[in-house]
Write a protein that binds this ligand. Structure first.
Ligand SMILES: Nc1ncnc2c1ncn2[C@@H]1O[C@H](COP(=O)(O)OP(=O)(O)OP(=O)(O)O)[C@@H](O)[C@H]1O
Length: 336
């Protein structure tokens, strides 16, 4: 368990971490999200005692990092900037770490095997690719067989096989009852890996909740319905007091009603349906919705070129119902 209480870090004028209070619990993978510069790496460095907080504190299984005996046995970390001696072999790099933490030599071979680096164990790390370097960093994190693991952007530089491997590794470590805390900008990957999310923006806590709840709270879910009898469906919905929105492709988007209820209604009116599909926003959409106001660094977007020949402008798709103006909230491709 990692517990933060009012954790704050200031660099001169810059408040990088602003009174963060949350706990990272064992037995699950907790994803740590935030736009660039939100304060994720600084928070992780504070957790590991690599920086001093301006205020507040962090406890690792109830203790401050500096009070841990043989810290690698409690917490293993992969940070973005890994320090290692380029002239040393992977084996010797891990052996030095093991010896300074009184970890048996045999564990070095075990972790090299676990991360798939045994074949290059005696090679100097100078020639390692980005992916090999990540694997070596993960081996170092696992060396002390710690109960807490922290990974800052672990899939950076890994190929698809490597990404799959680290995802399963993190899930397995959590299933063993360990605390796994991981940051990543790859939302699709995070959606597949994390059970719980902590989201920060400009150093402040924005969310601390389950993955499912986070997506539900920060996006619009609806049922998409497609029919060759749009007029009849529209009348049936209207009669049932259900509000629908017409999408650009002619399908209907209906919020606040289950697919089952819509299917029943269509059947009662003998209306043929070609699609009846519940839609949930992706983690990426929910994340962008929540953090939009805290993003500090925006790319300058070049507007698309003007069309050469003027084309007739399509009328916006029609909609009906009292609340149709609400459409678009949380929809991908809108806003931003
Ligand atoms: N040593 C430092 N001195 C001064 N400012 C710093 C220092 N370290 C971080 N910062 C600033 O603190 C803020 C948070 O940085 P941090 O690297 O923790 O963010 P991050 O969420 O990890 O970003 P990214 O996703 O881009 O890695 C940034 O504005 C950064 O410029």
């Amino acid at each position: 368990m990692i517990e933060l209480h009012g954790l704050t870090k200031r660099f001169g004028e810059k408040l990088a971490v602003d009174s963060l209070t949350f706990s990272v619990r064992p037995g699950m993978v907790t994803g740590f999200l935030g736009p660039n510069g939100a304060g994720k790496s600084t928070t992780m460095r504070l957790m590991l005692g690599l920086d001093r907080p301006t205020a507040g504190d962090v406890r690792i299984d109830g203790k401050h990092y500096q009070d841990l005996d043989e810290p690698l046995r409690y917490i293993g970390a992969l940070l973005e900037a890994q320090a290692r001696h380029p002239g040393r072999s992977a084996y010797n790099h891990l052996l030095c770490l093991a010896q300074s933490n009184r970890i048996p030599r045999a564990r070095v071979a075990e972790v090299l095997d676990l991360v798939g680096l045994q074949a290059v164990a005696k090679k100097r790390t100078k020639g390692f690719s980005l992916g090999m370097g990540q694997r070596l960093g993960i081996a170092a994190a696992l060396l002390g067989d710690p109960t807490i693991l922290m990974f800052d952007e672990p899939v950076n530089g890994l190929d698809p096989e490597g990404i799959h491997w680290i995802r399963n590794l993190m899930k397995r470590l959590a299933a063993e009852g360990r605390t796994v805390f991981v940051s990543s900008h790859l939302m699709s990957e995070m959606a597949l890996t994390a059970d719980h999310l902590v989201v920060i923006g400009k150093g402040k806590l924005l969310a601390d909740t389950t993955m499912a709840e986070f997506i539900r709270q920060n996006s619009r879910s609806f049922v998409r319905v497609r029919t060759p009898q749009p007029e009849q469906l529209r009348d049936a919905l209207h009669g049932a007091g259900i509000t629908a929105v017409t999408a650009a492709d002619g399908s209907y988007e209906i919020s606040g009603v289950t697919a089952a209820r819509l299917g029943d209604l269509a059947a009662q009116h003998r209306i043929v349906l070609h699609e009846l599909s519940p839609q949930q926003a992706s983690l990426e959409e929910a994340f962008m919705q929540l953090t939009a106001e805290t993003v500090e660094y925006h790319a300058h977007e070049t507007p698309p070129p003007e069309p050469v020949a003027a084309e007739p402008v399509a009328e916006p798709a029609g909609a009906w119902g009292e609340n149709w103006q609400q459409r678009g909230r949380g929809r991908s491709g809108e806003g931003g």
